[in-house]
Design a binder for this molecule. Structure first.
Ligand code: 4AD
Ligand code: MG
Length: 440
């Protein structure tokens, strides 16, 4: 084997373990500075960015020329010695010994995203490329951490991951936001709004479960908090009530915030996130009833009346003097889905709960206690004008070993927007789907 072949390819993130070694890096041109006899191609490989130093006198003519004339986002490999350089971003530089250009981006058709300011529509149309930019990259890394944190939390608390179907025969969160799909033989199905109903079944099989997948809402809301396709984690617990939902939701949030702070500092910095806001989040979260929330909002000048749903401004008002999420519970049953358990002695109130994030990020968790009595559930299905046949299997859960149970759903993208301090939810998912956006 020649010495060339024995050189190891490493990731930029591994540089600190290979100081002084000759290594190979592979990636794309992020930036390039040059002066006559020396040039500095900056290489990004998805794990970091490193500055390479190419000296004319130390390289074959073609190698130096090729590097010197590289265009933005051209793909290439470089080999050379890693040197600690305290002034460099990331702390290392690579002294180039050889290079191989894989694909050079043509000057005729240059990489469309340049350091100048582009409008949001242009960037969204080029989302497939925009993902390579610093901030977008950082936000999606935070998203990965959030998802991993959520899974680690549930996995280490005896929850079993049981995923639920996407093609579903019935509504969970109301018929007005269903996407209808043509199935075979004239059958209609809907894209899942939530896995909850199925998780209630799996909770009766496993005790504590969660599902974690894409969910769909045909909401005609064009706000900075709404996607038509988003990812939701939904834990469901047998022998549990509203209080358990509040406890587990709070614990999980604190755990995930901790993970993000522990592992994604660099990305939060790239996003210019004020991390003290995240560091200050601690338990217990502020808790209030819907009744009190309405009074509080009215005192702050909101027009809300008892029985109304919170608007975005109401949610922001409710948390404006809080450094952590606010937990609101016991909503009017009339504004909540059919499956909520009514409060004892006060059936017009549902044992539902919302977690509202601070800094204007709005509702991140919705959940509560489910009806476990067969006749009550039948009545609620009728009251909501839902077809009993579609829910027959769901009613079985109340016929065969029904127990009090409860759970919640948390939207990943809203949580990530909050962690990253992003203006708009569209940057929290690689390829957002919104009212006016289904491409690329
Ligand atoms: O409050 P929601 O509609 O609750 C449910 O779907 C329940 N079935 C969950 C359960 O109890 N298992 O949605 C839950 C969360 C919201 O708090 C929000 O974080 C997110 O899902 N969410 C959205 N995120 C982005 N875009 C949308 N259009 C969203 N709608 C809900
Ligand atoms: Mg909700």
């Amino acid at each position: 084997m020649s010495s060339e072949q024995s050189i190891r390819r490493i990731l930029i993130s591994e540089a600190s373990r290979h100081e002084g070694e000759t290594v190979e890096l592979a990636g794309w041109l992020y930036n390039l500075r040059r002066s006559g006899k020396i040039c500095f191609p900056q290489l990004r490989d998805g794990t970091g960015i490193i500055q390479c130093v190419a000296v004319k006198s130390a390289l074959p003519e073609e190698t130096f020329e090729a590097l010197k004339n590289l265009t933005q986002e051209s793909s290439f490999k470089v080999r050379g010695k890693l040197r600690a350089e305290p002034r460099a971003h990331g702390g290392y530089e690579l002294d180039v010994e050889s290079a191989e250009i894989l694909q050079r981006v043509s000057e005729e058709d240059p990489y469309p995203i340049t350091p100048k300011d582009h409008g949001i529509d242009f960037l969204m149309d080029h989302r497939h490329l925009w993902l390579r930019s610093r901030r977008q990259h950082a936000a999606l890394r935070v998203r990965h951490e959030v998802i991993k944190g959520i899974r680690d939390y549930f996995d280490s608390h005896d929850f079993v991951l049981v995923d639920t179907p996407i093609f579903t025969p019935a509504a969970c969160e109301g018929t007005t936001t269903l996407f209808e799909v043509d199935y075979f033989e004239d059958e209609k199905v809907y894209l899942a709004q939530s896995g909850q109903l199925y998780s209630e079944a799996t909770a009766a099989a496993f005790g504590k479960v969660y599902c974690f997948g894409p969910t769909f809402r045909a909401e005609k809301s064009k706000t900075r908090r709404h996607l038509t396709e988003f990812w939701m984690v939904e834990p469901e617990m047998a022998f549990a009530d509203l209080e358990d939902v509040k406890r587990v939701g709070e614990e999980m949030i604190l755990f995930v915030v901790g993970r993000v702070l522990e592992n994604r500092r660099e990305d939060l910095k790239a996003l210019e996130r004020d991390v003290t806001k995240l560091e200050n989040i601690c338990g217990p979260f502020h808790r209030m009833s819907y009744d009190d929330a309405v009074l509080k909002l009215q005192a702050k000048g909101s027009e809300i009346q008892w029985g109304g749903d919170f608007g975005n401004t109401d949610e922001t008002l409710l948390t404006e003097d809080s450094d952590r999420p606010v937990i609101v519970d016991r909503f009017p049953a009339s504004i909540k889905a059919f499956y909520f358990q009514p409060a004892p002695e006060r059936p017009e109130v549902a044992l539902g709960v919302d977690f509202i994030a601070p800094e204007g990020y709005g509702e991140i968790i919705g959940g509560g206690q489910r009806i476990h009595d067969l006749n009550l559930l039948l009545q609620r299905i009728d009251d909501h004008g839902l077809p009993r046949e579609a829910f027959n299997w769901y009613l079985d859960l109340r016929r065969y070993g029904s127990v009090p149970h409860a759970g919640f759903g948390m939207g990943v993208e809203r949580f990530v927007a909050w962690m990253c301090g992003l203006e708009h939810i569209r940057e929290t998912i690689a390829f957002p789907r919104m009212l006016y956006r289904t491409r690329p």
